[in-house]
Design a protein around this ligand. Structure first.
Ligand code: SF4
Length: 498
């Protein structure tokens, strides 16, 4: 003991999730991986939403933009007597420190805490966050009357400039916050002890590693698990946790007495026999549904908390890219067609007009996970009713290549319980997304927003050369999605012919 560690809100919340993670943040921060480019975008979205929420209080004073932490703490204390709303007011008392997004003066000597979140719903994990703020302010002798959560109204539709009074919803969370207040003192004391320890506490891996957030130390803590381990079991992780508590790590070691669902039984069988599950009848039925020419098709979309274009709701998906491979016969040479939006303007009308030409009027439209493509097409038809009939005809032509894998009619242990195209492609072909700088949909949308100057609140975007490089990466990624589907289908057909 002896060290008096100041516990900030972010460290306190990390400590609630896992004391080991907390210990690393205090004692070996350099060993905690930093958020990557994609995760930083999620953080940037939160900052942008926070900026819009400030407009709800036009006479507010922004303390976040003043000097260093010491100055901010001093300025907060000074400004409290001015009785104006304060943005990012900081407070420290004893061994705790916190900031409040918005502090609103009420009555003659009290304040309301307003926490701003970029989410469209009130989540459980917000309560301890706000409770810690209230604890810190009250510990410093500042009266807190109520606590509110200001979050995104998902029914808001942008028309002209963003209207913060309609963009946000506000919920009184005082009662839930007060319930969490009592435990904070003990938690902080416990965290002080953990922080002062020479080594991290022994914590068994479990649900806390991904709840409420994916722990940055997950790779490190989970690396001892064997390749085909129980956490790869399809479905929720309760069964895996139960098995783990019994010392069972590999799927192949799961005793027969365990009640596994059908998909998990297939996983067990594949692990024990080291064979691939292939249900030839079901796969043949699937293949028979295909009508040539085949259009292998994939959309990429982005969504932003603050709608970018008129008529949009928060987080509404905007398709900005697609790739199509057309195949006249299964062994034929595929023809490639694609679209990638040119800049930050609404790409949908141009995309629709190109897509209509590119998808032809007959033959199956093969997608991977139809719910996504179908719902994007429906949203497009809603926004551009002149395309409704055409969109319906495309939806009727859709065949979902995910189904044989989602239903485990084909399963190989290397898929690790997943039927995503990223897991299936390397399982059934010698292709993979491994090592690609843009190798998943989230990265694609983030990089696209980056080249459009929508990545951060400052509107930064890369130089022309880098923009070109990113555009090529985007095209390569989306092309692999549809080109990969051809290889997956060929692989399935080959399996049925064996
Ligand atoms: S991965 Fe899990 S056990 Fe390890 S520090 Fe994170 S939450 Fe704790």
């Amino acid at each position: 003991m002896g060290k008096n560690i100041i516990i900030s809100k972010s460290k306190y919340l990390a400590g609630l999730q896992c004391l080991k993670y907390f210990w690393f943040l205090i004692n070996a921060k350099e060993e905690v991986p930093q958020p990557d480019f994609v995760n930083r975008f999620i953080f940037n979205q939160g900052t942008l939403v926070g900026e819009y929420a400030k407009n709800l209080y036009p006479d507010g004073i922004d303390l976040g933009k003043i000097g260093d932490l010491k100055e901010q703490l001093a300025r907060t204390l000074e400004l409290l007597s001015g009785r104006r709303p304060l943005f990012e007011a900081s407070i420290s008392s004893g061994n705790v420190y916190s900031r409040a997004d918005i502090l609103v003066p009420v009555d003659t000597d009290s304040w309301d805490i307003v926490e701003v979140k970029s989410s469209t719903q009130l989540k459980e994990e917000y309560i301890p966050d706000v409770a810690f703020q209230k604890y810190c302010f009250e510990k410093a002798g500042i009266n807190i009357r109520k606590c509110y959560l200001t979050y995104i109204n998902n029914q808001y539709v942008k028309e002209g400039n963003i209207d913060p009074s309609r963009l946000f919803k506000k919920a009184d969370i005082t009662a839930q916050v007060d319930e969490k207040l009592e435990e904070i003192g003990n938690r902080v004391r416990e965290m002080q002890e953990i922080a002062a320890a020479e080594s991290p506490p022994e914590i068994i891996i479990g649900k806390q590693c991904s709840n409420p957030y994916i722990c940055p130390l997950k790779d490190r803590c989970w690396k001892f698990l064997p390749d085909n381990n129980i956490f790869n079991l399809y479905g929720n992780k309760d069964k895996a946790i139960e098995l783990y508590s019994e010392g069972i790590l590999s799927i192949k070691d799961i005793p027969d007495r365990y009640d596994l669902n059908l998909k998990q039984q297939i996983q067990l069988e594949c692990a024990r026999t080291e064979k691939t599950k292939i249900d030839k009848d079901e796969i043949s039925k699937f293949i028979k549904k295909l009508e040539y020419p085949l259009y292998f098709f994939d959309f990429e979309t982005f969504s932003t908390a603050i709608p970018l274009y008129d008529g949009l709701k928060p987080y509404q998906r905007i398709p900005f890219q697609y790739s199509i491979h057309v195949l006249d016969s299964i062994d034929g040479k595929a023809e490639h067609r694609d679209f990638l939006a040119g800049g930050p303007e609404d790409p949908r009308e141009r995309l629709l007009s190109d897509l209509k030409k590119h998808l032809g009027d007959k033959g199956s439209v093969v997608v991977y996970y139809e719910l996504f493509e179908k719902s994007v097409l429906r949203e497009l038809a809603e926004a551009f009713p002149e395309y409704r009939e055409w969109a319906d005809s495309i939806i009727n032509r859709i065949i979902d290549l995910y189904k044989p894998f989602g239903n485990f009619h084909y399963y190989n242990s290397s898929q690790k319980g997943s039927a995503s195209v990223k897991s299936v492609l390397p399982a059934i072909t010698d292709l993979s997304y491994e090592g690609m700088e843009i190798g998943n949909g989230l990265a694609a949308s983030t990089y696209f927003l980056y080249i459009c100057g929508r990545y951060d609140t400052r509107g930064n975007c890369p130089a022309e050369e880098e923009t070109e490089r990113i555009r090529e990466l985007l095209i390569k990624y989306c092309r692999l999605d549809t080109g990969g589907m051809i290889h997956i289908l060929r692989g399935l057909i080959k399996e049925t012919e064996k």
